[in-house]
Write a protein that binds this ligand. Sequence first.
Ligand SMILES: [Zn+2]
Length: 150
Amino acid sequence: MECPFCNPDKEALLYEDGLIRILIDSYPANRGHLLVVPKRHVESWEELREEEKLALLRGMELAMEKLRGTLKPDGFNVGMNLGRAAGQTVPHLHLHVIPRWEGDCRSPRGGVRKAVLDLEDENLNLRERWVRNRLSGEEIERLRAAFSRK
Ligand SMILES: [Zn+2]
């Protein structure tokens, strides 16, 4: 299977430079869920070069800035699933930037700490969320335009 981050869907690609890409997540946990990935195919944090680590943080800032300017979130969850035990399914390291809005869930308390909860416990319907959280074509265009501005 082709790596989805080495060969990203053109529609999903928002930004690219020498070291990183910013992509729209295909299974969004919330509206505007983006991924920052190193261009080089590496699975683990330890394999990254220092300049790539810094570029990922720069990409996180850029993603948050562009999301603030377009979708106006009230906050963000940022995180990485490093290793299979932590839920990593695509073996190409990626940083999730998930915009959050006041009231988008009943109990935001805990944030990324909830990563250890079983989804069944929360009675979530993931597939329904993925569909509901997809951005409209117009929203994607606004986001794309924001990334093409300086
Ligand atoms: Zn890859």
